[in-house]
Design a protein around this ligand. Structure first.
Ligand code: EPU
Length: 458
């Protein structure tokens, strides 16, 4: 949730062209489910390429509470959950991040029950969990909501429905259902089918990780179904895996570089199968960038994006943006605020429609403080009048991606901007001051010594 208790701020002097190379971090939304899933194994798991960011550290603090041993150094995470002994997560820990709800499925798989605080709303919308709870009931569990907790228990195999249809391809519900259905499939010794699952790369990475550890899953990315069949967990002494790259972090830096009319080369990692390669996971973004008129080139070792090219002679050659967000492989909602920031630097009227979350434009108020001319219609469509001069101001990071958009807008504004509540940005972006500095941004982190944190609570 929104808070303004940070004692550090980010200071940016705008109007510098970003230029250089980015080595993307490990994926935040890839790491969280792998970490949560690791609790079901009795053997130690080592995960490479885990970003050292607030959201990961909060999830690790919850794992420590339920008695997992953790070692996290240099983006390598060792997890030993052989002594896991708690199926309840207290509010004090769970309220710090929504992704603690990712533990629901793994805990139920392990203990046949779980008690987890009902996740609250947040600054991007309602974020309901009705599909998670529907799936649990369909799979034979009782679901109780009491004193703010979701309690899943009393599994009854005679109540199982072996076909589950999601009405939205929810990322969170897909991650949880795989464990609930695996538990049920093992007891009835039969297969369970889930239709209309999420196929985000981070979800598919979770499936592959579970398959490597013995889960018997069959999935179709095209038809969006998942079959969960009876299985036995592997009897490893030890298991290790490599987290995928963060397409949203990479996309954020690409959009920042282009907004400043600069250029960037984003390094690919050849370790992964095609589905996880950045140039594919960012395909929807890269297509939009080409349509705008930027130069986009794909190489074996990375992606080049720049404000240059045969098709671009004058500023006026850039076309304004007209897009809508959607479920993978459509344009990611997690890049919606950042592309709104890019639209501020492009002449003409851009239209960006949010279709995944019901309230993901709160950050727009902060962009307005920089002088942005943006109308938001029904909390769904941002109409951006681009190409106007922005001027540096004191602004507040509202949420992770909204905060990233505010940062990008500060990079293109005149003079100095000071961003407070940067905890929100740090939730998702590792080492961001160094990374932006390496790209030649004039950016620094400093104490909020003059007590500049101000503003109202959203
Ligand atoms: N929804 C329901 N009922 C449910 C579940 C979801 O109506 O039971 C609705 C939500 O209210 C929302 C939409 O479905 O409007 C999408 O929700 P989803 O469950 O797919 O998202 P999530 O699991 O809560 C993850 C990412 C988000 C990312 C979304 C969509 C993590 C930890 N979070 O959230 O990441 O935006 O998928 O891709 O993986 C971020 O990184 O900034 C971020 C918000």
């Amino acid at each position: 949730m929104y808070s303004i208790d940070d004692n550090e701020v980010i200071e940016i002097v705008g109007k510098e062209k970003l230029e250089g190379e980015l080595i993307p971090q490990g994926s935040k939304n890839g790491a969280l489910p792998l970490i949560a899933a690791s609790i079901v194994f009795d053997y130690p798991v080592k995960l490479y390429n885990i970003p050292n960011i607030e959201d990961v550290n909060i999830l690790l603090s919850i794992l420590k509470y339920i008695n997992c041993k953790i070692k996290f150094e240099n983006n390598e995470l060792s997890i030993d959950c052989s002594n896991l002994d708690k199926y309840e997560i207290p509010w004090e820990l769970a309220s710090k991040m929504r992704a603690s709800f990712d533990l629901l499925g793994p805990i139920v798989f392990k203990f046949s029950k779980a008690r987890i605080p009902f996740p609250g709303g947040c600054l991007i919308g309602n974020r309901k969990v009705d599909i998670h709870l529907y799936a649990a009931k369909q799979l034979g569990f009782e679901v109780e909501i009491n004193k703010g907790d979701v309690f899943i228990s009393n599994f009854n195999k005679s109540k199982i429905n072996k076909v589950i249809n999601f009405w939205i391809p929810s990322v969170g519900a897909t991650k949880n259902v795989v464990f609930l259905a695996a538990f049920a499939a093992n007891i009835i010794n039969d297969e369970i089918l889930v239709n209309n699952i999420a196929v985000e790369p981070e979800v598919i990475k979770l499936f592959d990780f579970l398959i490597s550890n013995g889960f018997n899953l069959e999935y179709s990315i095209e038809k969006k179904y998942l079959k969960i069949k009876p299985f036995k967990l592997k009897n490893y002494n030890y298991y290790e895996d490599f987290n995928i790259l963060d397409r949203i972090e990479a996309g954020t830096y690409i959009l920042a570089a282009l907004a400043t009319k600069g250029r960037i080369f984003v390094k690919e990692n050849s370790y992964f199968k095609d589905y996880f390669k950045l140039y594919l996971t960012l395909n929807s973004l890269l297509n939009v960038l080409k349509q705008i008129g930027f130069k986009v080139e794909i190489y074996n070792d990375g992606i080049y994006c720049g404000y240059e090219g045969d098709n671009l002679k004058l500023d006026g050659d850039l076309k304004s943006i007209d897009i809508e967000t959607g479920y993978y492989p459509e344009f990611p909602t997690d890049l919606q605020p950042q592309i709104v920031a890019l639209a501020l630097s492009i002449n003409g009227i851009s239209t960006i429609k949010e279709k995944v979350f019901d309230d993901r434009f709160i950050y727009v108020n902060e962009l307005r403080r920089l002088g942005a001319d943006i109308d938001v219609i029904d909390n769904k469509i941002a109409i951006v009048k681009g190409g106007r001069e922005l001027s540096g101001a004191k602004v507040i990071a509202t949420d992770i991606r909204g905060g990233a958009a505010i940062l990008i807008a500060s990079l293109i504004a005149n003079n100095t901007s000071v961003i407070s509540n940067i905890y929100q940005i740090k939730r998702g972006y590792e080492n961001l001051i160094n990374k932006f500095s390496n790209l030649k941004a004039k950016i620094k982190l400093r104490f909020n010594k003059e007590n500049e944190v101000y503003g109202y609570k959203y």
